[in-house]
Design a binder for this molecule. Structure first.
Ligand code: PLP
Length: 407
């Protein structure tokens, strides 16, 4: 028999969304006639837009011809797609050679963990997208917990709450090798301002740390004052990697396409190139994103595809506005929900799971308990704007049934 990787035993028993599905299933078995609406998981619901769809179909057809057939391609992706991402998403601020096309931001997080190995310290926002912590735990980044420093040996939690405007108190954050940072943030919906990102970049520069900046929700930003990429910040090229994804932009959560940017200037302490090693990881354990899907990505970045992307994102932005407004009307204080698909709500005097159960019982709406995203999120609930408009409208009508907690 093979010995189990001991790090696996340190993970929470179930991935958050699996536990939510389990509870939803039990509720539905007990209440078979009610329609349960999900404002829980951050998965897109609307069909692929026609131009993007055509890109995928035409791409697949091309592969069925002698001239168009492609086998293994360049692992970092079609050069035309890398060029188009550089131009359309970054206005030429990054070089196509610094872009690595992938099958999504989540698998890239796993591969970055492999790149940096198990001998690095890691800081994460608290709360945060669970994959940063869980992938770090799988790598072995845990140990004894020091409550005063909110630190599990190699894992540092940076509380992000309304009290600090959802931005970490960097003066009291210990140095780590890596800093995962997500804006617009999942789950809080907070978007870092230019000044905040400047402070983060300065912090990383002073500490010789590397920021892994997750911009998966960047297209939800409509406020021109808010940065869409870390590379809008001076000095970021020496200290930051950016992760991105087509998932929430054009509904590719199942199709799978993303990219990472590793700037030429990013170096290790011995002066060697991080991009060089990233290329080595990508070519060694990843054979590149599907060529059919890359044709879809090319179509998404055509002028017509960009318009479709804008329309699709606006649809979810409007959903977020409807949910946020309705929660405000029943007297709840909300955060996020503009420039972001997530609305973050504090339920005073209740744990997140208690609030989750009460909302499910009283309104038949599935939400996401904040505590699943980190210690600082106890008592919060995340509402997601990904849903059909008719379901969102039905859900907000049901908010009236939400009775105050008995506490
Ligand atoms: N990053 C964040 C912050 C997310 O919320 C998600 C998905 O919900 C991902 C990355 C995963 O993106 P992908 O579908 O490209 O793997």
């Amino acid at each position: 028999m093979v010995r189990r990787n001991p790090n696996m035993a340190k993970l929470p028993t179930a991935y958050l969304f699996r536990e939510i599905s389990r509870r939803k299933k039990i509720f539905m078995e007990k209440n078979p006639t009610v329609k349960v609406i999900s404002l829980g998981i951050g998965d897109t619901t609307e069909p692929l837009p026609p131009h993007v769809m055509k890109g995928l179909v035409d791409g697949a057809r091309k592969l069925g011809t002698r001239q168009g057939f492609l086998g293994y391609g360049d692992e970092p992706g079609f050069s035309e797609l890398r060029e188009k991402i550089a131009q359309k998403m970054y206005g030429g601020k990054v070089d196509a050679e610094e872009i690595f096309v992938s099958d999504g931001a989540k698998p890239d997080i796993g591969r970055f963990q492999i790149l940096f190995g198990n001998n690095v310290s890691v800081a994460v926002q608290d709360p945060a997208y669970p994959v940063y912590v869980d992938s770090s735990v799988i790598m072995g980044q845990t140990g004894g917990y020091d409550n005063s420093a909110r630190r599990f040996d190699n894992l540092v939690y940076m509380p992000c709450t309304p009290e600090n405007d959802f931005f970490p108190d960097l003066e009291h954050t210990p140095r780590t090798d890596l800093i995962f940072f997500c804006s617009p943030n999942n789950p809080t919906g907070a978007v870092a301002t230019r000044d905040q990102l400047r402070r983060l970049v300065d912090f990383a520069r002073n500490n010789n740390s590397i920021i892994i900046f997750d911009a998966a929700y960047r297209e939800f930003i409509s406020d021109p004052e808010l940065p869409k990429t870390i590379f809008e910040i001076e000095g970021a090229r020496e200290v930051a990697i950016e992760l991105n994804s087509f998932s929430k932009l054009v509904g590719f959560t199942g199709v799978r396409l993303g990219w990472s940017i590793v700037p030429n200037q990013l170096k290790y302490d011995d002066g060697s190139s991080v991009k060089h090693d990233w290329n080595r990881v990508v070519t060694t354990i990843f054979n590149g994103a599907s060529n059919v899907v890359q044709y879809g990505g090319l179509a998404a970045l055509d002028d017509e595809g960009m318009k479709e992307m804008e329309r699709l994102v606006s649809y979810y932005v409007e959903n977020a506005r409807i949910i946020k407004e309705a929660l405000g009307i029943i007297g709840l204080k909300t955060y996020g929900g503009s420039n972001s698909p997530y609305i973050w709500v504090k339920f005073e005097g209740e744990t997140s799971w208690d609030a989750f159960s009460r909302i499910l019982q009283q309104t038949c709406i599935v939400t996401t308990p904040g505590s699943g995203f980190g210690m600082s999120a106890e008592g919060y609930i995340r509402f997601s704007a990904f849903g059909h408009r008719s379901d969102i409208e039905e859900a907000v009508r049901r908010f009236d049934k939400l009775l105050p907690s008995k506490n």
